[in-house]
Design a binder for this molecule. Structure first.
Ligand code: F6R
Length: 240
């Protein structure tokens, strides 16, 4: 695990964007595993700027996202589908047909989990970007999720609902379920890039990098992956 500590959020975003840009420069039809949440927004801005400058092109790039809330239609401003269009896809030269998210409104969610896992089997991520939950979750794989899990439906924990409520008008509007890639799907990526910023992530960063490998901290499984880059700012790294 390579750990890069940056001064602040902006530097974290730039460094992490370099990792993704390198992957795309080396492989024009790379498969990017993407994440939502607050942390990658700066990184996505860097990718948008690099695309505008023609430093990189996403014309042949394909994407697979980690997760989606259950019950929010694509058009909902808090859906992850909306987030990805708003923060990245609408501003780069990607073909929207090459972008994939699990559906949280599929009539048969078990079938949707199977479909997404099969898709991931055909589209191994060249790099999987991850944010980190303050409880150590990756994707929506909450503590105690089996390491061999594939795409599944999760009941979000109180702490995740509370963390995510900042983006909703009221905590009661936060969905209580999500569909997420499993830990095995994440570990299948050729490379993993984790970004974290802020003091509230310091404990989770410590457990991911230096703690025991345990299902109590899903991110700790990454210690077993052969190619992981962790880019964190000083606050998030403060317990290392
Ligand atoms: C997002 C995701 C989550 C977030 C994590 C951190 O697709 O799967 O695991 O990466 O909750 O979120 P932020 O970046 O908002 O702190």
């Amino acid at each position: 695990m390579e750990v890069i500590i940056t001064k602040n959020y902006d530097e974290m975003s730039k460094k992490a964007a370099e990792v993704i840009k390198d992957v795309v420069k080396k492989n024009h039809s790379a498969v990017l595993g993407l994440a939502t949440g607050t942390t990658p927004i700066g990184l996505y801005k860097e990718l948008i700027a690099a695309c505008a400058k023609k430093e990189i092109s996403f014309k042949n790039v394909k994407t697979v996202n980690l997760d989606e809330y259950v019950g929010l239609p694509k058009e909902h401003v808090q859906s992850y589908d909306y987030f990805m269009k708003d923060n990245l896809f609408n501003h780069i030269d990607i073909d929207i047909k090459n972008t994939n998210l699990p559906s949280g409104v599929a009539p048969d969610l078990d079938a949707e989990c199977a479909r997404y896992t099969a898709l991931l089997g055909k589209m191994k991520q060249s790099v999987q970007l991850l944010g980190l939950g303050s409880n150590g979750h990756i994707g929506f794989n909450e503590p105690k999720t089996p390491f061999d899990s594939t795409t599944h439906i999760v009941n979000l924990t109180e702490s995740t609902i509370k963390d995510n409520s900042r983006l909703f008008d009221d905590i009661s509007e936060v969905p209580t379920k999500a569909i997420t890639m499993g830990i095995a799907n994440i570990m299948n990526a050729e490379k993993v890039l984790v970004v974290a910023s802020g003091k509230n992530k310091a404990k989770a960063v410590y457990s991911m990098v230096k703690g025991p490998v345990t299902e109590d901290c899903p991110a700790s499984v990454l210690q077993r992956h052969p190619d992981v880059v962790v880019v964190v700012d000083e606050d998030a790294a403060s317990l290392l």
